[in-house]
Design a protein around this ligand. Structure first.
Ligand code: NAP
Length: 256
């Protein structure tokens, strides 16, 4: 279903990268309930992104989907130009991310490193750059909020599994701290959530869809998290209730 663009222009617009499924989709559903207009970015799974857009528009909300590979600068620029036509961006959720099958560092290829770092780090930086250009009160923007989806892996290091993925999330934590200070006087808050073991398809790409259940015994709360658990923290950070929160790294990991 086509969104009514006059509705989007009145509402606050949130861009969710990788918003078609998993944590991004749960965030889109909750943000829609809280009155946000949503731009759902996806890379290849247009089926799930389109289905979610229809669901939101049929519920009386306003959503569009935009295909873009966030690791490519031209795609990111075109994505933000499309968002500009939809409405004024007030929240960026830097959620898109990739992992790779469990492996010790000695077996890791340069191709794998480039894919993880280009998506998780370069992609998130490029999206943050374009968001700051539009939100900054120093550049005719109205302010806004950036939420980076990091990982508990950033502090655990993920030995024998994916040190590269963990390191990419460490970079995201550092970007969150630095950028939050850089743009604090420009009306932009920058925060991160660090999910622990969350039940999504990402674990299939990590080589074992049952990984969260197998590691459950190491979680102090003894339960695996859901995409909605993470969405609750993200949507709170987007809200005015979090208006004095910036530079925060919020663990959503059941105590792990
Ligand atoms: P997911 O279900 O595998 O979803 C990943 C999303 O990222 C998909 O929507 C995918 O798009 C998108 N994506 C991947 N590469 C992209 C690219 N180059 N350009 C644009 N979009 C791209 O995973 P998830 O668990 O929801 O993960 C969301 C975020 O949470 C990630 O940053 C992940 O690192 C983080 N996280 C997850 C967990 C966990 O346990 N699940 C824990 C800690 C952190 P398509 O749908 O088009 O493929």
């Amino acid at each position: 279903m086509k969104p009514d663009s006059s509705v989007a222009l009145k509402k606050r617009v949130a861009l969710i990268t990788g918003g078609g499924r998993g944590i991004g989709a749960a965030t889109a559903r909750l943000a829609n309930k809280k009155g946000w207009s949503i731009c759902i970015n996806y890379q290849s799974r247009n089926d799930s992104a389109e289905k979610l857009v229809d669901e939101i528009n049929e519920s009386g909300g306003s959503a569009i989907s935009v295909k873009a590979d966030i690791s490519k600068e031209a795609d990111v620029i075109s994505l933000f130009n499309t968002v500009d036509k939809f409405g004024k961006i007030q929240a960026l959720i830097n959620n898109a991310g990739v992992i790779a099958p469990q492996s010790p560092l000695v077996d890791v290829s340069a191709d794998r490193l480039h894919k993880i770092f280009n998506t998780n780090i370069v992609g998130s930086f490029l999206c943050a750059r374009e968001a700051v250009k539009r939100m900054s009160t120093g550049r005719d923007g109205h302010g806004g909020s950036i939420i980076n989806v990091s990982s508990a892996a950033a502090r655990l290091g993920s030995p024998h599994e994916f040190i590269d993925y963990a390191a990419s999330k460490g970079a995201i934590d550092t970007m969150t701290i630095g950028l939050s200070k850089e743009v604090a006087e420009e009306g932009i808050r920058v925060n991160a959530v660090r999910p622990g073991l969350i039940e999504t398809e990402m674990h299939l790409d990590a080589g074992d869809i049952n990984r969260p259940q197998k590691l459950k015994k190491f979680i102090p709360m003894k339960k695996v998290g859901s995409a909605s658990d993470v969405a609750n923290a993200i949507v709170w950070l987007m809200s005015d209730e979090a208006s004095y929160v910036t530079g925060a790294l919020i663990d959503v990991a059941g105590g792990r």
